[in-house]
Design a protein around this ligand. Sequence first.
Ligand code: GDP
Ligand code: MG
Length: 369
Amino acid sequence: GDTISVKDLAMKMNKSAGELIKKLMGLGVMATINQEVDVETAEILANEFGFEVDIKVDESTYDFIEEIEDDPADLVPRPCVVTVMGHVDHGKTSLLDAIRESNVTASEAGGITQHIGAYQVVHDGKKITFLDTPGHEAFTAMRARGAQVTDIAILVVAADDGVMPQTVEAINHSKAAEVPIIVAINKIDKPDARPERVMQELTEHGLVPEEWGGDTICVPVSAKTREGLENLLEMILLVAEVQELKANPKRLAKGTVIEAELDKGRGPVATVLVQTGTLKIGDSIVAGTAYGKVRAMIDDKGRRVKKAGPSTPVEVLGLSDVPQAGDIFHAVKDDKTAKTISEKRLAKKREEELKATTKVSLDDLFKQI
Ligand code: GDP
Ligand code: MG
């Protein structure tokens, strides 16, 4: 993701790097003058000094697309999309795996080896989509492209370790993105687990537990024994209900690329999250500068599907090229449209790259004189 050094950020605000470092320490982040901080941290820091950061949205992903206005009458409830964040080793992966495994029926069990970076579970008859991506980076990349994919952030904090630097980062990310946080206090099976201490530390970072009169939901869980997982899912549904999440399944699909790679046998494969509309086999799509026709779609259980509606993660085959994580994808009316948009974006991208090169060489020239 994008970063800026403490020194550069200080310069932009006409402050000393020392002042910024002190503020960062107050936020629980240890930094040096040359350290690079991520966009969200920079944003929080700037706000502390009364500045606003203008996160530059990479316009090229939207270019040459006519946005569709939804008729409110077409909007229907959609599942919530959840991201799991937290300090390394606090149990993000274990928790995601435990939730997935607890919710796989016997008939689906074969598909569980399938790993597409996102999955859906059903709790109380309602679907929840979990993004299983390496937290922050994807999050930042997506925001830089103007995409908001997450409705709820689960902050995993190990009960035996407490709030750590990446916990604080995750809090900052979620706050900057205005995504509600549910805290999963994990590893409560451990003898040295101290959930109360975690709650105390969270309070110091502005997350006051409901039990103590605040509005932060904290759920004690164990990814190991699976204690508390049901409760966690219930809380997710509770928060989602308040959000009244809706989308229009009738329109051409639009969403975000969660991850993408070049598969030796299958060519470019993109895991996308459909956010609105319904993606169908045979649809013409553009994703960043890649385009193509949806040749096949595979869901999180490894099954081939013919269509994917709002909040559904799905693997898409048939793109000309490998898009980038965070790229927006659009289904468009026909192949020709997809190809034309892709060509225009590529031409624009080349032009911008050329401009950048020209600028560098002019600077060099200047130096020589
Ligand atoms: P991540 O880095 O946040 O994805 O953490 P992992 O899921 O890889 O977990 C880190 C370590 O903690 C692993 O050794 C897990 O087995 C262990 N772990 C995760 N959750 C629990 C839990 O609830 N209880 C116990 N006792 N260990 C856990
Ligand atoms: Mg992990």
